[in-house]
Design a binder for this molecule. Sequence first.
Ligand SMILES: Nc1ncnc2c1ncn2[C@@H]1O[C@H](COP(=O)(O)OP(=O)(O)O)[C@@H](O)[C@H]1O
Ligand SMILES: [Mg+2]
Length: 254
Amino acid sequence: MSTLSVQNISVAFGGLRALRDVSFTVEPGQIFAIIGPNGAGKSTIFNAISRIYDVAGGAIRFGDRDLLTLRPDQVVQSGIARTFQNIELFEKATVLQNLLVGCHGRMQRNLLAEFLFLPAVRRGELAARRKVEEVLDLLDLQHLRSERVADLPYGARKNVELARALCAGPKLLLLDEPASGLNPEETTDMSFWLKDIKEELGVTILMVEHDMNLVGRTADRVLALANGEVVAEGTVAQVQADRRVQDAYLGGAA
Ligand SMILES: Nc1ncnc2c1ncn2[C@@H]1O[C@H](COP(=O)(O)OP(=O)(O)O)[C@@H](O)[C@H]1O
Ligand SMILES: [Mg+2]
């Protein structure tokens, strides 16, 4: 069981401070939501955890690992998978093929062993197939398995991206706006899937989300950001009632 601990991180782009002294802790098994107006620094937090952006100060730990010493691929190997604000899939491949690619991050690759098709490789391949079937069942995607991603409507593509991240067998899933572009019915489906992922797979979820309906239905804890700084942290009700959060949104809209 690994706790994600973000301590006093700051990220700067030239003169712009995108994050200033941000701290929070995600306990194993939680759904933890980060909210805040556009440009608040939400995606920057994900890019800092994924080691895509450099952090100017502070610490990020996942279990006993210091993520700031790892490369992006090593962060994935440590059990952290993510989806992007804009869907990133192989459009011309089928749903099944996309999910099998998702599995490969977790399989030990060894070209000679693969060439000889040694038992260990065969076991890895079988485990990958089993994982893919489990995820197709969980997210109700079996009927789309042979469809080309490019032919699917937006909501289904979003779900496939979530499925692909799960195929890597993560302990922690980072979801950047899982409900963006979804209609209310699809958003409700997404809230059930997120709870299934948490409860049936035991995967911890850290998500950035604007849709307070989805946050209200799923999140155990909420962190509110504005202008790169933490404004409030607590339960959904506590954060929604916080005057500083309301002011931040009004300020953002003005
Ligand atoms: N790669 C980058 N280069 C320069 N500025 C960036 C970069 N990424 C983000 N920013 C800036 O950092 C701030 C926070 O961005 P972001 O984390 O994407 O906000 P959010 O996801 O909360 O909408 C914004 O002002 C944005 O323009
Ligand atoms: Mg963003």
